[in-house]
Structure formats: C-alpha cells, structure tokens
Design a binder for this molecule. Structure first.
Ligand code: AMP
Ligand code: MG
Length: 469
C-alpha cells in the first residue's frame, strides 16, 4: 500500500525571525538526472510524473498545502573553530515539510537553488559534480546504516559555473534533499548571539515537540536542559555511525550539525581506504581538525557550542554535566555500531571490547582495507572459509592478525541467512573510494554517460539489502 502525502509545514508556526522568504532561481533548461523514488515513496511523492517532478524540484512550484514560498533559514556557526555570524542558507532553502510513513516530520530542502540574503559573494549555485558527490555519499551511508539525509532529486540546470577548485566553467545542478529537519546547532547559536531569548526558548520548544516527541514544560530551563540531553545522545550516535562506516565528513562545523543527529551537507567527504586516524577529507583542512580520528571530539566541540548558546540562561555546571555524558554515550554507540557492521552476536561487554581492540590493532598494523575487513569477517566464524579466499587473505595469515583472528572466529553470525545474499558471494565489498568517485564523474564529464553512476547506485543498494540495515 502506498504512503499518502501528508503536508505539514510546521516551520510556519515559529512565526517571523527564523528565516527569510526567498525566490528560487529561474532555470530555463532543466534535465532530470536522479529521482529517488525509494525516498519519495516514504512521503507519498513517488507517483509524480517526471514533468511534475521537474515543476516542483526544478522550478519549485509549491507542493499542495505546503509552504507557499521558499524559506532561507537563518543560522550562524563556528567554521573551523571561528565564529561566523554571516552564514545562513546561502544557496538553499526550506521548500516543504511533510510526514513520512512512520509519522516523522521531514523537510525537503535545496542546495543550488539561487541566491538569498545569506549568499554573501556566492552565486547560490551547486556544481553538477557536487550534486553527484552528494548522491554517492548519501546512498553509501544509508546502505551502511548511517542516519543520513537522503538525496531526493538532482536536476541539471545547464548554467556555467566558475569555481576555484574545479576545471571551470563547470556544469551546474540543483539538489533537493529529504531531511529529518534542518535545525542546526548554529541555529541556536545565532539566537544566543543576537540575545533573542524569546526565540531561543521558542526554538527549543519547537525542536523538543516536533523532533523529539516531547511536550515542553512551563520551565524554559528544564526544556533547554532536556533538549541538550537529547542532542548529546543524537550527536554521540551520529559520531559512532560515522566512525563505524569509515566516513570522513570533512566539514564538521557547528552549522553542519543537525540537532536531530542526522548526518548531512556533504562537501569534501571521503571514505577511508584503510584505518588511518589522521586521514583528512578536505584539502583546505590543513591542520587535520576534522581528520577521521578526530571526528568524535569535533562533534563534541560543536555540542559545547549548543551548551554555550544556553549559557546566559542556565548555570554552566548544569550544562556541562550533560555535555560531559557525550564520551560515554559515544563509546556505547560505537561499540554497537561496530558489532552491527561485523554482523555478529554480542557476548560480554569485556569480550566484545577486547575483540574490537584487536580489530583496530589488526587494521592499523597491516593496512588491510577498511571495508574489505568488515566484508570478509561479516558473520564472524561463519565467514572463515569466505575470508580464506579473500584478496586480503595474506593479512589474515600474518602474525599481526593473530589476536583478531582468534577473537572474531569465536563469534556467531547474527543472521545466517544474510550470508546467502549474492553480495557475499563476491570477493570484494562495494566501496566508494575517491578514485571511483572521480571515475564515475569522468564518465559524466567526458561523455555525458550516466549509466556507470546508475549502476553504482544499484550496487550500493544491493549492499544495503545484504547488510539489512
Ligand atoms: P557549507 O560549507 O556548504 O556548509 O556552506 C557554508 C556557508 O556558505 C553556508 O552559509 C552556505 O549557504 C554558503 N555557501 C556555500 N557555497 C555557496 C554559494 N555557491 N553561494 C552562496 N552561498 C554559498
Ligand atoms: Mg552547510
């Protein structure tokens, strides 16, 4: 049975002061490149014809009973630890809000839809390559069980963009994403910065009720502490899922942290080839602030900024007591995420912890592929024969592997049927390393050949089905 479309533009209940009404850029030539019918089905929009799809997600004709005009959200944030009060939705806007098949409130938001009062010197546009990269990141993360925004639509807009870090002029696109909200830590920071305590309380109540299903109390301090507690958990979970998937987001600024804990806004991301804490995604991250191994602390640093946004109203100690729960929550979530990625039944906390320590030692000593290791040992002892035929077998036979081999082979598969999936009959996992991203893009750039991208999306979804997350 298909899900009905249920419009619910709740953002309007906030009233003015949170966003600016904007107009979408007028694109005269549009080519639909990707429509995510799987995501559309969760919000009852999969039945749209391609023409209607382009009307809504290329020309931004309002959806029925939804926002009458797009809203560019106001926010600030720390970028690489420097506070920036000049940001906000500079090339995107909130287009519509609706309920999904489980009743959650989701946003359709854009990237590359034109300039807004927050664009500064930017052109408000998204490169086609940037759009393709966001599709690849979101499809891959979703398949690996990471709570991520979904790429919903990508439409080529046939403009020529100038960029300093790409051969220019370059092709252009407009992306629509489906997200569990677009309220960032930076949305709270802005209200604190402008000392608008009324709206700070209002936003707190909005997020508590809309995204966390809580009723807000008459005591605004209680509400803020409750919200901080929720966000401590959602961000610890976000950090754990990101780390287990081997993903490096690249720009974990506080304006890119959704308070619902959904990962989003993909720029210079990469997946790890092999376990390497210092591995950095963004060429401009010269100090490695957002290197793979620093991501959990980087996200906690952002969480401190949320606490800071409440600090004019709440004693510091009360705020810190909550934020300091983050490491413990992260550790628990990380442990669960790794066990899930290995597809094995937990034993005791101590034994599982020792096995995971062996896993990391093995990966750092041998340089075995990150994704390959999880693929080969998915299911623990039940995968012994499969792993023996792996291209990484030499690593498993090495001295450095002994501790991990002894540990992992004593674990039982959670669901033996999963190993019968054709995905596990391959000898290598589905990965998304930078070389492949560049090759997929080269097919599009050189010969407008989109088939390799579509085939890759199919392969990623097959992996997602096999892992069953
Ligand atoms: P990001 O690094 O993508 O999270 O973006 C940081 C800030 O820069 C946000 O306020 C964006 O809206 C803005 N921004 C990035 N690229 C552009 C662009 N091409 N035009 C206008 N604003 C942009
Ligand atoms: Mg951003």
């Amino acid at each position: 049975m298909s899900t009905p479309y249920i419009a619910d533009p709740c953002f309007l209940t906030l009233g003015e002061g949170f966003a600016d009404i904007v107009e979408a850029a007028k694109f005269s030539n549009l080519t639909l490149r990707y429509r995510n019918d799987r995501a559309a089905a969760t919000v009852g929009l999969d039945g749209l014809s391609d023409d209607d799809w382009i009307q809504h997600f290329g020309h931004f004709k309002p959806l029925k009973d939804n926002l009458p005009q797009p809203l560019a959200q106001r926010y600030h944030g720390h970028q690489f630890r420097v506070y920036n009060p000049e940001i906000g939705d500079g090339r995107g806007f909130l287009f519509a809000q609706m309920r999904d098949d489980s009743g959650r409130l989701l946003d359709l938001g854009t990237k590359g839809s034109g300039t807004t009062p927050h664009s500064r010197s930017g052109d408000g546009r998204l490169t086609l390559k940037g759009g393709v990269r966001e599709i690849l990141a979101t499809e891959m993360l979703e398949a690996l069980g990471v709570n991520t925004s979904k790429s919903f639509s990508l439409i080529e807009t046939h403009e020529e963009l100038m960029r300093g870090d790409e051969p220019s002029p370059t092709r252009s696109s407009v992306l629509t994403r489906l997200s569990h909200g677009h309220i960032r830590i930076g949305t709270f920071q802005r209200l604190s910065f402008i000392q608008d305590n009324v709206r700070l309380e209002q936003l707190t109540n909005y997020v508590l009720t809309t995204y966390f299903g809580e009723s807000s109390s008459a005591d605004s301090k209680d509400n803020m502490l409750k919200l901080l507690d929720f966000v401590t958990s959602t961000t610890a979970q976000l950090a754990a899922e990101t780390m287990a998937s081997g993903f490096v987001h690249g720009v974990l600024n506080s304006d890119n942290i959704n308070v619902t804990g959904e990962s989003f806004d993909y720029g210079p991301w990469r997946f790890l080839p092999h376990f390497e804490p210092e591995f950095t995604a963004a060429y401009f991250d010269e100090r490695g602030l957002y290197a793979y191994g620093r991501q959990p602390q980087a996200i906690q640093w952002d969480l401190y900024q949320l606490a800071g946004a409440f600090s004019a109203l709440i004693p510091e100690k009360d705020l810190l007591d909550i934020v300091e729960q983050y490491p413990k929550r992260f550790e628990g979530a990380m442990h669960r995420a790794l066990m899930q990625r290995l597809g094995v039944k937990p034993k005791s906390q101590a034994e599982d912890g020792a096995m995971l320590t062996h896993l990391h030692e093995f990966m750092s000593r041998t340089g075995a592929g990150y994704a390959q290791t999880f693929f080969d040992w998915f299911g623990g002892g039940a995968s012994r024969d499969r792993a023996a035929k792996s291209p990484a077998q030499k690593h498993y036979a090495s001295k450095a592997a002994e501790g991990f081999m002894n540990a992992i082979t004593s674990y039982e598969v959670i669901d033996a049927q999963k190993l019968d999936h054709p995905y596990f009959k391959q000898n290598a996992p589905c990965t998304m390393l930078i070389e492949e991203v560049e090759t997929l893009w080269a097919h599009i750039a050189d010969s407008d050949d989109w088939q390799p991208l579509y085939s890759k999306i199919e392969a990623i979804r097959q992996m997602g089905e096999a892992l069953g997350v």
